[in-house]
Design a protein around this ligand. Structure first.
Ligand code: MG
Ligand code: MG
Length: 254
């Protein structure tokens, strides 16, 4: 069931999104070679609490194996849901961050992939293509049109550049819960409802240098590419209005 949001609810979700993007603006300069990913986790958790929010990801998932952190940090061949650890970021790493904030019951969700120091030109191209996939997807998100247009836009652009598109994980409705209907796949499949004013969704292309196939590590969370090649991930939360679409999170690259 798709929950349409009213103007007041979208106001609340927007405020949550702006807070999350403000966090990223402060966090991004700290993500550099030599930094341990657990330091990023500690910084993030404290920042969100000080700002009066709650980290949505912390404790999310099955009771037997809840997500242990407030931010996902996925490096190189890690696609999503990477766990902060004592691992240090190295020059040339592609570091994907994904975080969400609950602010007064309103949920935001945003992911960015950051280049640590100087990365290879192939990694930079993958990263910028993934970011462009996100904007192509957003360009296809319009009231009155079918949802899978988003997936077609994302997949089509990624494939035109020779990349693999992750099909086992997808975007989603968001705003009152972290994961709501509808699912927003990056490769078209499944339900294809007409979008309408009041949709609040997270579009999140995960694009791989090689195959789009992924697998989950034994920790039960970390998703890695099946062929070990790098992956990038960009995500915005957006609101669809009757006559326009509003990106609620801000792009840290401007
Ligand atoms: Mg996310
Ligand atoms: Mg998401």
């Amino acid at each position: 069931m798709i929950r349409l949001k009213n103007e007041k609810q979208i106001d609340g979700i927007r405020t949550s999104c702006k807070l999350l993007s403000a966090m990223y603006r402060e966090l991004i300069p700290l993500v550099k070679p030599g930094v341990q990913t657990v330091e990023i986790e500690k910084w993030t958790r404290e920042w969100i609490r000080k700002a009066g929010g709650k980290p949505v990801f912390l404790g999310y998932g099955p009771k037997s194996n809840p997500f242990p952190a407030s931010i996902c940090i996925s490096i190189n061949e890690e696609v999503i849901h990477g766990l902060p650890s004592r691992r240090r970021i190295k020059e040339g790493d592609l570091v994907s961050l994904d975080c969400g904030i609950n602010l007064g019951g309103f949920i935001s969700d945003q992911a960015v992939s950051l280049e640590a120091g100087k990365v290879g030109s192939d990694i930079h191209a993958l990263n910028m293509t993934t970011r462009e996939c996100l904007y192509r997807g957003i360009g296809a998100a319009k009231a009155g049109d079918r949802l899978l247009q988003i997936s077609r836009a994302v997949e089509g652009y990624a494939r035109s550049r020779g990349y693999g598109v992750v099909h086992q994980f997808c975007g989603h409705g968001v705003g009152l819960d972290l994961h709501e209907d509808p699912q927003i796949p990056n490769v078209p499949h499944g339900p294809n409802p007409r979008m309408a004013g009041g949709f609040v969704i997270a579009i999140e292309p995960m694009i791989n240098m090689g195959t789009g196939d992924v697998q989950v590590l034994p920790d039960g969370w970390t998703v890695v590419t099946a062929d070990g090649l790098p992956s990038a991930h960009w995500e915005h939360t957006l609101a669809i209005w009757k006559d326009h679409t509003e990106i609620l999170t801000d792009d840290p690259l401007g």
